[in-house]
Design a binder for this molecule. Structure first.
Ligand SMILES: Cc1cc2nc3c(=O)[nH]c(=O)nc-3n(C[C@H](O)[C@H](O)[C@H](O)COP(=O)(O)OP(=O)(O)OC[C@H]3O[C@@H](n4cnc5c(N)ncnc54)[C@H](O)[C@@H]3O)c2cc1C
Length: 490
């Protein structure tokens, strides 16, 4: 089959593009090198839907951020991913910082950011955010800023795209692209895919993909950002808190997650190894210190996880969204922050390129923009649960005690369109292992369920794909084998 569009990369950019184009009568596929979608930068970021006042005016990313922010309301309603516009504060701790906030407010308002206001009344500020330091002298309040779960959103987009006909191929690393005048042949280890248009949304590897068609006009450097995540309910924040940025740094934020944890981070370290997502003692110390200047009572002892993500920083420091000189090849590269916020606006831009390339963008009669909300144990009343458990006892079998996740939710996450195939895939879809014990209790049970539902042996269940198996064999098999050889005493 010849695809109309082949998308390379299953992060937020690739999946938003897939879902946006899925309304048209086009044959589309998406190739992702990892065992699951949202495995790159999209997995580890701040999850903030920025208001859009921060970037300099000369950058494309500024406008796309402001536009993208506004597109979230409709998308969250259609796709049923959790999203809250809780608003953000940029915090001034010294009088001379108010000037920077005022500049943001003025230019942001001129450019269409809604509701920006400077608040100088300390009592009012602390009423709105009681966790904030009493050193605060003023804030820029951006009520349109919000929080989202980047991976849950990516899965929602992919599910809806799949419902509308997009084919997803995970574990498909693109290794070569050849092209003639009218078609591209995209090679992975397992298959070859032919397509008339190719969209490169490969994150930190986008330059490598671009070079495969002879286009080498940008560079991408990885910049690491480390985080500390705290147990749910030990610190409740109402607002996303940013320090006033300096010329050198945007600073460390303190932020609630959509599931009511709090996190602090990220810092910014230029690195060379694109696989280096290790956290460091120095980095964690740096972010804790930064966070304490905004929220003195950071609950350091209630940290449940440290993690790091890699920004794909282009040499232009701006998004590279190009309808390139290679006819039909579109680059969506260098999607650094605020790429998550901008994704719907980025996809709209790609849509306009396809129109320029002469694609007939006819909306399918069967297009359905809605993705059903996944059912969650904690969303039901006791009476509803009672009925649910009568209908299907898997609702009453709690697998993850920290996050109260039932067996039924795990089964559903495996059988959803583009469903989970790994333990992390289940974790990022419905949260077993996200709580205080970090999977210590539920992981073996999740492995069992994956093995049963996918009809594969236990030792083929992985954490996140190739070479991440948890189990290598049965203990008894090992003992019996050794006993036969006389090697183990009882
Ligand atoms: C520390 C940090 C904080 C951030 N905070 C925010 C924020 O609060 N708000 C915001 O708006 N933005 C934020 N961002 C930016 C945001 O996370 C990114 O803009 C966004 O996730 C980029 O998504 P992407 O799909 O372009 O890239 P990715 O998510 O990296 O996706 C690219 C995909 O391509 C795949 N791939 C690569 N090579 C191949 C190949 N050869 N074949 C097949 N597949 C391939 C990868 O496996 C990956 O899944 C932050 C980023 C970082 C690192």
């Amino acid at each position: 089959m010849i695809y109309d569009v082949i998308i390379i990369g299953g992060g937020i950019s690739g999946c938003t593009i897939a879902r946006t184009l899925s309304k048209y009568d086009l044959k589309i596929c998406l190739l992702e090198k990892e065992a699951d979608l949202a495995s790159g930068t999209t997995k580890a970021n701040s999850g903030v839907v920025h208001a859009g006042y921060a970037a300099e005016r000369e950058y494309v990313k500024r406008n796309l951020c402001i536009k993208g922010n506004k597109m979230y309301t409709q998308a969250a309603e259609e796709l049923n991913f959790p999203f809250k516009r809780i608003g953000s504060f940029v915090v001034a701790l010294e009088d001379n910082q108010i000037k920077t906030l005022e500049e943001y407010r003025k230019k942001g308002t001129e450019d269409g950011v809604l509701g920006l206001e400077i608040i100088l009344d300390q009592k009012k500020i602390l009423h709105m955010e009681p966790s904030l330091t009493e050193e605060v002298v003023g804030v820029l309040h951006a009520p349109s800023a919000g929080i989202v779960s980047p991976y849950e959103m990516t899965f929602a987009l992919a599910e809806n795209a799949a419902m509308n006909g997009v084919k997803f191929f995970r574990n498909h690393k693109v290794s070569k692209i050849s092209h003639s005048d009218y078609t591209f042949t995209v090679k992975t280890k397992q298959d070859e895919f032919e397509g008339r248009n190719v969209i490169n949304a490969a994150g930190i590897y986008a330059r490598k993909i671009s070079k495969m068609v002879g286009l080498d006009y940008f560079d991408i450097m990885p910049r690491k950002g480390e985080y500390i995540l705290f147990d749910r309910n030990v610190l409740h924040l109402n607002k996303i808190l940013f320090p006033t940025p300096t010329k050198i740094s945007k600073g460390i934020l303190v932020c609630p997650t959509i599931h009511e944890n709090t996190f602090v981070g990220p810092n910014a370290q230029n690195i060379t190894d694109k696989k280096d997502i290790a956290t460091t003692t120095a980095g964690l110390k740096e972010i804790l210190e930064g966070a304490r200047s905004l929220v003195p009572n950071i609950p350091e002892r209630s940290a449940i996880r440290n993690f790091a993500g890699l920004r794909a920083v282009p040499d232009t420091y701006d998004f590279i969204i190009d309808n390139t000189d290679v006819y039909g090849f579109i680059n969506v590269a260098g999607i650094l922050s605020p790429g998550l916020t901008s994704c719907f606006a980025i996809a709209e831009k790609v849509e306009s390129f396809l129109e320029l390339l002469g694609e007939e963008l006819k909306i399918k009669e069967t297009y359905n923009p809605f993705r059903p909300k996944p059912e969650r144990f904690h969303d039901f009343t006791m009476e509803e649960l009672d009925q649910k458990i009568k209908d299907d006892p898997a609702w009453g079998n709690i697998i993850c005690r920290c996050e109260t996740v039932s067996e039924k939710e795990i089964i559903d996450s495996i059988h959803s369109p583009v469903g989970a195939r790994t333990v992390d895939g289940v974790k990022f879809r419905c949260r077993p292992g996200m709580g205080r014990c970090q999977g210590g209790f539920c992981r073996p049970r999740v492995i069992e369920i994956l093995s049963r539902e996918l009809n594969i042996p236990y030792d083929e269940v992985t954490k996140r794909g190739e070479d991440t198996n948890f189990l290598v064999g049965r203990t008894k098999d090992f003992i019996l084998k050794n006993m036969e050889q006389g090697g183990v005493e009882d």
